[in-house]
Design a binder for this molecule. Structure first.
Ligand code: UGA
Length: 436
């Protein structure tokens, strides 16, 4: 089928590349001409495992092309997927300006029947209002359908998530659009159909509710961890015991520094603002947000309890991991970045290491003077007093204990509960964490 994708961020690019790989003829559009030029040479603006390989393959086969030209993207596509960002206003409300611009541009360029799927995360009612906006600008009487198709891929495993979806949600009541959707997603429904057709509004809400529920699981565990920490309960055992109940499930029960990234914080804010728009009070969501925004402060408190502010002033420290989670170079709303900003005021120097995200980190923290970025995680470890592990990259799970023993204060703060406590402590290392 002929498919156009508008927006070449994480969602758009992964969608386009995966559709091209299964044989659809894909045109990806973005208004950023530098990005498009690079993409035509298979140069991807972010790190996502597996994406470059399938993109190169599809470019070689001429299965995918990149353009800034709406006339090209609107040349008889069977479907158009809108995948542009919905950043938040200060109030938390999603800013729909990029989607509105896309809808106007599509209305002015489209000259054949097609279906427009909104993949961007949008508040309930947005797809319907975009359809109204579209009709205002459309000059012809063409029958253009609108549908909602939220995306559930996770950064770091986006390609696999797209190719092996748990579910494909399509918000539409139109039988014709349902048939087109089945054809588009045919290759991902081999063993069983994963498509769930709902109303447009339910589809829009499923995305917000799913992300907010996952964030709720994390904040719930982080709250339980606070009680466990002030008793002798072990949060790892509590997690295993709870997760063994299939009604609870074992995923997303890991307590630590809290959640970050470009989705959970933004989507919680977006959902809260939708409640407020309807004069409803989102008690649970507010609590999820409060727990998450205070979680890293518990770790800071452990540090200030262990070392006085006066002593910290003369200390250097190591921080491992700046991306919001492993297998990505994305540092948006990363808790590690929050920690660095906060500690940079109180310590002499921070040595920072991340396997992939250093370039983005340097750009983000350009205003801080006392940071040193490392190519190797152990460089200058002897000059540091303690180490904070902030992101659970695989290469941090089994550190070289001898090297950690050379930390001046022999202290390791594990922000992700992944290190072997017994092993570290029996090697004379002071291990700080929450609730283990
Ligand atoms: C999230 C959802 O998981 C995807 O389904 C969704 O499509 C995506 O948002 C989106 O809206 O586009 P993502 O932001 O890539 O995906 O990251 P997650 O893997 O969900 O992790 C989010 C944060 O939660 C990370 O900071 C992670 O470290 C933290 N986390 C996760 C925990 O603290 N504990 C856990 O048990 C799990």
């Amino acid at each position: 089928m002929k498919i156009s994708i508008i927006g070449t961020g994480y969602v758009g690019l992964v969608t386009g590349a995966c559709f091209a790989e299964i044989g659809h003829s894909v045109t990806c559009l973005d208004i950023d001409s530098t990005r498009i030029r690079k993409l035509n040479n298979a140069s991807i603006p972010f790190y996502e495992p597996g994406l470059e390989r399938i993109l190169k393959k599809s470019l070689e086969k001429n299965q995918i092309k990149f353009t800034t030209n709406y006339s090209l993207a609107c040349k008889n596509p069977d479907a158009i997927f809108v995948c542009v960002g919905t950043p938040s206003y200060k109030s938390g409300k999603p800013n729909l300006k990029f989607i509105k611009n896309v809808i106007k541009s599509l209305a002015l360029a489209i000259n054949s029947e097609t279906v427009i799927f909104l993949k961007s995360t949008v508040p309930v009612g947005t797809t319907a209002s975009m359809e109204r906006l579209f009709k205002k600008y459309l000059k012809s009487k063409l029958d253009i359908a609108f549908a909602s198709n939220p995306e559930f891929l996770k950064e770091g495993s986006a390609v696999n998530d797209f190719k092996s979806p748990d579910r494909i949600i399509v918000g539409t009541k139109s039988k014709k659009v349902q048939e087109i959707s089945k054809n588009i997603f045919h290759a991902f429904n081999h063993q069983r159909s994963r498509i769930l057709f709902t109303s447009i509004e339910s589809s829009e809400l499923i995305k917000y509710a799913a992300n907010s529920f996952l964030a709720t699981k994390i904040s719930f565990m982080n709250e339980i961890a606070r009680l466990a920490d002030s008793t002798s309960a072990n949060i790892d055992d509590v997690r295993k015991g709870m997760g063994a109940d299939p009604r609870i499930g074992s995923a997303f029960l890991y307590s630590g520094l809290g959640y970050g990234g470009s989705c959970f914080p933004k989507d919680i804010d977006g959902l809260i603002s939708s409640f407020k728009d309807k004069n409803l009070h989102p008690s649970i969501l507010e609590a999820v947000k409060t727990v998450n925004s205070s979680q890293h402060k518990l770790y800071l408190k452990k540090i200030y309890d262990a070392f006085s502010k006066a002593k910290l002033k003369n200390m250097s420290i190591h921080i491992w991991g700046t991306s919001f989670k492993p297998e990505t170079d994305d540092i948006r709303d990363s808790i590690s970045i929050k920690l660095i900003r906060s500690l940079s005021k109180d310590v002499k120097k921070i040595f920072i290491y991340d396997p992939i995200a250093l370039k983005n980190t340097k750009n983000e923290l350009i205003d801080l003077q006392n940071l040193v970025f490392l190519r190797d995680k152990y460089t200058n470890i002897k000059q540091s007093n303690f180490l904070i592990l902030a992101t659970e990259w695989k290469e941090f799970w089994d550190p070289d204990i001898k090297k950690l023993q050379s930390l001046k204060s022999k202290t390791v703060i594990d922000g992700r509960n992944i290190l072997n406590r017994k092993h570290l402590e029996s090697s004379g290392i002071n291990y700080l964490c929450i609730a283990r």
